[in-house]
Design a protein around this ligand. Structure first.
Ligand SMILES: [Zn+2]
Length: 265
């Protein structure tokens, strides 16, 4: 019997409260965060055996939805006001292509004094905004959901996409000519990535893991949930952007990729 707990999603909503987030499920039980049962779980939710009748759930008024800003509108305003000269300077400072920053939707957010990167949900819609100050400080606009960093322009069939950590590593990968998808940290968004890969018809993925314990653990966790062939590579530097800054080209990165075998074929 498979006792692994999985997260609910839009495609696989909670069997108890019918919502697409927050709750979990295994093969035999649901762990609902909204509907009580007589077995409280350690994470603050409640265990429901799926063989039991499903209890009634009366949805509370959507207070959370009202308080969450429309991230698309917020981003659009910043984006329209972003000075192209400033974006160009930012690209030079990061040693990435300005076109790529543009494709990823980078926008200056004056009220935060930071660069804003849209985070997209499984369908590619903006569902949160990551902020990044020039000091390197990273945070998100209040109410943001975690999502992926990606360009909306994909070739009709993409053989290989790199999966990177953070918007600037994603920009570095794209700057040397790869298609790339970024996640906010080395862990999480596994379902988003799987969905996006299907959405943009990527055939194979190369996960770029930072050269540390959490980086490799996060890469393996993502790999375990992928339905397409994958490889994990570890840059010889702190991260991919540092490697690109030192002169790594697409050919060099491909050389490293070619030294590994495809898994999950
Ligand atoms: Zn639930």
């Amino acid at each position: 019997m498979n006792n692994e707990w999985l997260r609910v999603s839009r495609y696989n909503p909670c069997r108890i409260c019918h919502k697409p987030d927050w709750c979990g499920y295994s093969e035999t039980a649901a762990c609902c965060m909204r509907v009580k049962s007589d077995s409280p779980a350690r994470n603050g939710g409640w265990i429901h055996r799926l063989s039991d009748p499903i209890p009634d759930y009366h949805r509370p008024p959507p207070r959370d939805d009202v308080l969450r800003p429309c991230f698309y509108t917020l981003w659009r305003v910043w984006r329209d006001k972003t000075d192209p000269g400033l974006l160009d300077e930012y690209a030079k400072a990061l040693v990435v292509s300005e076109q790529v920053l543009n494709d990823l939707g980078a926008a200056w957010a004056p009220e935060h004094g930071a660069w804003a990167f849209p985070m997209r949900d499984s369908a590619g819609k903006i569902d949160g905004i990551r902020l990044r100050a020039d000091s390197g400080r990273k945070w998100a606009v209040t109410g943001s959901h975690q999502g992926v960093f990606m360009s909306l322009t994909w070739p009709s069939a993409t053989d290989i996409a790199l999966i990177c950590e953070g918007p600037t590593d994603t920009a570095a990968a794209m700057s040397i000519g790869f298609m790339a998808i970024g996640r906010p940290s080395c862990l999480g968004c596994e379902r988003h990535i799987s969905d996006i890969i299907k959405l943009v018809a990527v055939r194979r993925v190369v996960i770029v893991a930072d050269n540390d314990g959490p980086g490799l653990a996060g890469a393996n966790k993502l790999a375990g949930q992928l339905k397409v062939p994958w490889k994990i590579i570890v840059p010889p530097t702190k991260d991919l952007r540092a490697w690109v800054r030192m002169g790594a080209t697409k050919a060099l990165v491909e050389c490293v990729i070619n030294q590994m075998l495809w898994r999950n074929i």
